[in-house]
Design a binder for this molecule. Structure first.
Ligand SMILES: Cc1ncc(COP(=O)(O)O)c(C=O)c1O
Length: 400
């Protein structure tokens, strides 16, 4: 049901225009700008023959409605022509796990970046292990060297770029070339950039995953996931989704669609404000390093510049060595940065984190405590003033 309309060369090509036009067909819903929200399970047929022949575009609420179709088509339009279909899932993590399940079977081996989001690792280490799929974690900066880790049963290589805590930028084309040469598929968690800033399917990925909870929703009020597939991976992906009985509630899909319309302006603002905050953080004596690929000084900057067309509002800092009490004093003093998981909403967030316990292929030793920020849509100068207050509280906590 969620197959996008094929690319029409007469339609505007620019992604921000597609965000506005994608998945919309007002005159098929009485001229209203937005599609109706179909609260639907049963769909009626006019005749027994129609029912038996599955005639008509829809079969059953779980398998797709005009609401799911509108959102899936809109996402497909920003993924680009390489996208053969978008499966909607009830969370970003569900999109990760279902995409992996759709390409793996017992006896397979999967290579997963050491920088992956922790619940992704937990899925591999628990469910995949139980189903006799072996996982090997690899250095996110391995590039074409991934060829050396491929085994005869390696079926998939999983990437997350940049890592959503540590921000290593992966060389997707090089990894994809090596993986494809050995017959493996490439999956990527592309939530940080979204398809607007990184066209994963055109850079070599076969499946591209979005936690729609983040920037697509954009307002911290919805759980949503999407997995976008190329022509080769789409049949198995949608079959896995349908046979597992997965679907998204209509109101959540509508919130995703509503969020998507403003993704362009929001991401531009998040990115500009994050850059201002990142540059300011670089000047602070308490900060050892800012982890944000859009900064020229970032080790991933060259690949980011080559492959991405923008950066979002998510970044981390490495503080100079300081006791945990001082780091907590810094965080607790912030008033505009809320302390909480997730990101991609309109509001700023902050969390302390430590990748060391979750790494197995690489050593995480950044040189000091680490803190992640989501730069929201507040005025960047107000955010900087808030951070200044945080650093003052940190200094006070360090006084004897
Ligand atoms: C990079 C990344 N991928 C996937 C997810 C999972 O998304 P969700 O919270 O919608 O399950 C998250 C959530 O924080 C994330 O940061």
């Amino acid at each position: 049901m969620n197959e996008p309309k094929k690319d029409d060369p007469s339609r505007p090509e620019r992604p921000t225009t597609r965000l506005v036009t994608g998945g919309r067909d007002p005159f098929s819903y009485r001229g209203y700008v937005n599609p109706p929200v179909y609260h639907a399970s049963t769909l009626l047929h006019r005749t027994a023959a129609d029912y038996l022949a599955h005639r008509g575009p829809y079969q059953y609420g779980r398998r797709g409605t005009p609401t799911s179709e509108a959102l899936a088509n809109a996402i497909a339009e920003i993924e680009g022509p390489a996208c053969a279909g978008v499966a909607l899932l009830p969370s970003g993590l569900a999109a990760v796990s279902v995409a992996l399940l759709s390409v793996l079977k017992a006896g397979d081996h999967v290579l997963v970046t050491d920088s992956a989001y922790l619940p992704t690792r937990q899925f591999c280490d628990s469910v995949l292990t139980r189903w006799h799929v072996a996982t090997t974690y690899y250095d996110p900066l391995i590039g074409g060297g991934i060829a050396g880790l491929m085994q005869s049963n390696t079926r998939a290589v999983y990437l997350e770029s940049p890592g959503s805590l540590s921000f290593e930028v992966q060389d997707v084309p090089a990894i994809a070339e090596a993986a494809h040469a050995k017959g493996a598929l490439v999956l990527i968690d592309n939530t940080w950039a979204s398809p607007l800033y990184f066209r994963a399917l055109e850079k070599g990925a076969d499946l591209s995953i979005q936690a729609g909870t983040k920037y697509i929703g954009g307002h911290s009020d919805v759980m949503l996931g999407a997995a976008s597939a190329d022509a080769a991976t789409w049949p198995a992906l949608i079959n896995t989704v349908h046979t597992m009985g997965l679907c998204v509630g209509p109101d959540d899909m509508y919130l995703g669609l509503r969020g998507l319309r403003t993704l362009g302006v929001r991401l531009a603002q998040h990115g500009a404000a994050a850059m201002k905050v990142a540059r300011w953080l670089q000047t602070r004596p308490e900060v050892l390093r800012v982890l944000y690929p859009a900064l020229e000084s970032d080790p991933g900057h060259a690949i980011w510049k080559r492959d991405f067309s923008g950066a979002c509002g998510l970044l981390s800092i490495v503080l100079k060595p300081a006791p945990e009490t001082a780091v907590h004093a810094f965080i607790d003093a912030l008033t505009l940065f809320g302390i909480g998981a997730s990101w991609g909403g309109y509001e700023s967030l902050v969390i302390p984190f430590d990748c060391a316990p979750m790494r197995t292929a690489t050593k995480w030793a950044p040189g000091g405590p680490t803190v992640r920020f989501h730069v929201g849509l507040e005025d960047a100068d107000d955010l900087i003033a808030d951070l200044e207050r945080g650093f003052a509280a940190m200094a006070a906590a360090l006084l004897p």
